[in-house]
Design a protein around this ligand. Structure first.
Ligand code: ZN
Ligand code: CU
Length: 489
């Protein structure tokens, strides 16, 4: 029987971390059907000189609403991303209460009409998404549903309700529970509340993914809290976008990784992810205390999205201040206190370049873009560039890790960790999520000034056996699926 598609003379990096091998790879009915010698196929693809690997997994995304709003998911697909984990940093589109007034920055978006994870998945599938999606359930969302923006620890009754929603979502296929403990309202929780919820996810096999309470001066305390939560709740721990933020704290990731190593050596199960950039990004009002505006910090802030002042998008706070003849403090105040000020997204340069390499060298480190899919404005370039930047800059140009190892972290390791069954290897019987790329030319092209540029060096991306992108052209195949924990969906 002829295969649907065969890659001839490919150099296969299969995602296991093992050495590359020369092989033909066949795809039939959405799965890899042969590796080595392959039969004739309806479509023959000359892969000589190119690497064929499993599709990449973005372990840290915020694309919950993007699956509804931008189902073509071009910014991820063009990077070779075929699956991703949404619902990070405590913000998830499901569960959802359509009857509740949405918070201005609700990741579900204003038109969300679903309640459960299953209903959200169904809404996504109706849009025929280009790539696969798996979901964490966010603490900030559960808390908003239980007690709005209350600035206090949750009551026993509220915790019980949050557990109920989370437990149902886990049954419907969520891969775990996420927190964003610097954000509202999650920051008002005490550790016990988080332990209770992490336990609910852990009982179903899911993991606890955390944007920790502090990523700067008190990073080590925050790591201790995360480890304590994992130990008490019995859940696996995943530390999101690991960093030591703020110039005076640079280098701090070494001590933090040492804590992770010690905990793992004592029998715990901790992994992490990182994005390959020295700037972070997020909702600006959440980083600012209006009574004490940090001028030093503000000098290194770039505005990504600002509905009240579109003309500021792509400008730094000092540029805005000088154009408008404002003090730095006044510029900060203006952009976050207008009618839609809470929707302002900023990019802030807070990370040490050397820390990125330290992170990437760590064997339990995966890659998560943390991209914010707001295409109006000037998003952080990580939205478009993360995976090729790791492979082109950190692997090829800097030699920080081998290509085989980088691919393993982006594929089989991520699939295993987040329970994406039947994916992450170029192996007979596995789902045909594949990337064909040139290891000599793959590179990100998105920059802070021109962030919406697709990367170079990626020839083809296949999702569930269908060609989704080829030579820079998005085919609109729409073959993505919603992935449930541990199920070969
Ligand atoms: Zn985060
Ligand atoms: Cu995030």
């Amino acid at each position: 029987m002829a295969a649907d598609m065969v890659f001839r003379n490919a150099t296969v990096i299969d995602g296991s971390g093992g050495a590359r091998l020369a092989a033909d790879v066949a795809v039939t009915d959405g799965r890899v059907s042969a590796v080595g010698e392959a039969p004739l196929a309806t479509r023959e693809i000359d892969a000589s000189g190119l690497i064929l690997s499993p599709g990449f997994v973005d372990t840290h995304s915020h694309d919950d609403a993007a699956f509804i709003r931008y189902p073509g998911m071009e910014f991820k697909l063009a990077q070779g991303v075929t699956s991703e984990i949404s619902g990070n940093c405590g913000f998830s589109a499901a569960p959802h209460d359509p009857g509740q007034p949405p918070r201005p920055d609700d990741i579900a978006g204003r038109s969300a009409d679903w309640r459960t994870l299953s209903e959200y998945f169904a809404a996504c599938m109706k849009r025929r998404p280009a790539i696969n999606n798996a979901m964490l359930i966010g603490h900030n969302k559960l808390r908003y549903m239980a007690s709005g923006m209350e600035k206090r620890a949750a009551t026993a009754d509220e915790i019980a309700r949050m557990r109920g929603w989370l437990g149902q979502a886990m049954e419907e296929g969520a891969v775990g529970f996420s927190t964003g403990l610097i954000y509202e309202p999650g920051r008002y929780s005490d550790t016990g509340e988080v332990v209770a919820l992490a336990n609910e996810a852990g009982r179903a096999g899911g993991l606890y993914a955390t944007h920790m309470r502090n990523e700067g001066e008190r990073l080590l305390e925050a790591v201790d809290e995360a480890i304590h939560i994992a130990r008490e709740s019995g859940s696996k721990l995943h530390i999101s976008h690991h960093k030591s933020a703020g110039k005076k704290n640079w280098g701090g990731v070494r001590a933090s990784l040492a804590k992770v190593d010690a905990a793992n050596a004592s029998g715990m199960d901790i992994t992490l992810d990182v994005y390959p950039y020295t700037a972070g990004s997020g909702p600006m009002n959440q980083y600012v205390n209006l009574d004490h505006i940090d001028v030093e910090w503000a000098k290194h802030v770039l505005i990504a999205t600002c509905p009240d002042f579109r003309e500021f998008e792509g400008m730094t706070i000092p540029e805005i201040a000088s154009r408008c003849e404002w003090e730095i403090e006044e510029a900060v105040r203006q952009v976050i206190t207008g009618p839609r000020g809470k929707e302002t997204i900023c990019i802030h340069f807070i990370i040490d370049e050397a820390d990125i390499e330290t992170n990437l060298r760590h064997p339990r480190m995966m890659i998560g873009s943390d991209g914010i899919p707001e295409l109006n404005g000037q998003p952080h370039p990580r939205l478009f560039g993360t995976m090729p930047r790791v492979l082109g800059h950190y692997v090829r140009e800097r030699g920080v890790l081998s290509l085989e190892e980088a691919v393993r972290r982006m594929t089989s390791m991520a699939c295993e960790r987040f329970g994406l069954a039947g994916r992450g290897l170029v192996k007979e019987g596995y789902r045909a999520d594949l990337v064909l790329f040139d290891e000599q030319t793959i590179i990100d092209r998105a920059t802070y000034k021109e962030p919406k540029q697709e990367p170079a060096g990626i020839r083809m991306v296949v999702v569930n056996g269908e060609v989704a992108m080829e030579d820079g052209r998005h085919t609109g195949a729409g073959a993505g699926r919603m992935l449930r924990y541990g199920k070969d969906d």
